[in-house]
Design a protein around this ligand. Structure first.
Ligand SMILES: NC(=O)c1ccc[n+]([C@@H]2O[C@H](COP(=O)([O-])OP(=O)(O)OC[C@H]3O[C@@H](n4cnc5c(N)ncnc54)[C@H](O)[C@@H]3O)[C@@H](O)[C@H]2O)c1
Length: 259
């Protein structure tokens, strides 16, 4: 990493959910926030994930680390208890998680089961609403919240299947949360990165094709990386972006504007 940036987020407290490894979009966000001077809270999914995430949390000098499976009752509340005890406030929240049962993700939407749809929606969308509810009272001086979406929310992307409707719901949730939390000075953004080779993406059929197409389609002619996403979120978290909220922000080299 050669970039240096001024500590524009010094004093900010950021909770970043979704680091699985150093390829994760959430890791790019956490790293960019830290480079800009923010203090971090970082979670891992479970004991299996911990050895992959804990060294990254140490590297990022995270003040708070904790397990968090949003499908396990009480774990989300426990993370926010830690944040309240240690920091007494929160400025930045990142939701960078998604999941759907493999059989529901890899079949077409017509074949998605009710249980699979509900599970995908709960982990990938409603958990953000639960996080926002717990985070808002801690954002006493205002704050910013981010949820990771994808272009498959707007247009049909072959093989994105059930995640298309789920991400569309996530983007709509960002708009409604931005509306409800705006009076408290809290800004909410859906971030829509171009395709990135991560563990979550490896669950999608023909993902390599998507990567090739994205690079060809983007006016800027290149794939994005996790730091592109991280620096965008870091900027949006600063007062320089204090009048920006509720929208979907594309970090895709411009691919979304091309038919
Ligand atoms: N990789 C891409 O091409 C791409 C593009 C646009 C958007 N996104 C979105 O970015 C986000 C992050 O994905 P990524 O690509 O960095 O992959 P990733 O595999 O690195 O991250 C996904 C994370 O979701 C977490 N997760 C899954 N189920 C969970 C649960 N029940 N509780 C808590 N955490 C859970 C995993 O532990 C993991 O850390 C996702 O919302 C994904 O849909 C990814």
């Amino acid at each position: 990493m050669t970039e240096t940036i001024r500590p524009v987020l010094a004093g900010n407290k950021a909770l970043v959910v979704g680091i699985a490894n150093d390829q994760s979009i959430a890791y790019g966000c956490a790293k960019a926030f830290r480079m800009a001077g923010a203090d971090l809270a970082v979670t891992w999914l479970n004991d299996k994930a911990r050895p992959h995430v804990e060294p990254l949390a140490i590297e990022l000098e995270a003040d708070i680390t904790a397990p968090l499976d949003v499908a396990t009752p009480g774990q989300l509340e426990a993370v926010f208890d830690l944040v309240r005890e240690k920091w007494g406030k929160l400025d930045i929240l990142v939701h960078s998680i998604a999941s759907a049962p493999k059989e529901d993700l890899q079949g077409g939407l017509l074949d998605c089961s009710a249980a699979g749809f509900a599970k995908a929606m709960d982990v990938s969308c409603h958990s953000f609403i639960r996080m926002a509810k717990l985070a808002a009272p801690l954002m006493r001086d205002g704050g910013s919240m981010f949820a990771m979406s994808y272009y498959g929310a707007d247009r049909v992307v072959p093989n994105y299947n059930v995640m298309g409707p789920v991400k569309a719901a996530l983007e709509a949730a960002c708009r409604y949360l931005a509306y409800e939390l705006g009076p408290s000075g809290i800004r909410v953004h859906a971030i829509s990165p171009g395709p990135l080779k991560t563990r979550a993406a490896s669950g999608l059929k023909d993902f390599e094709l998507l990567l090739n197409e994205a690079a060809q389609k983007a006016p800027l002619g290149e794939l994005v990386d996790i730091m592109d996403v991280g620096f965008t979120c870091a900027y949006l978290a600063t007062p320089f972006a204090k009048r920006v909220t509720g929208g979907t922000v594309y970090v895709d080299g411009g691919a979304n504007i091309v038919a």
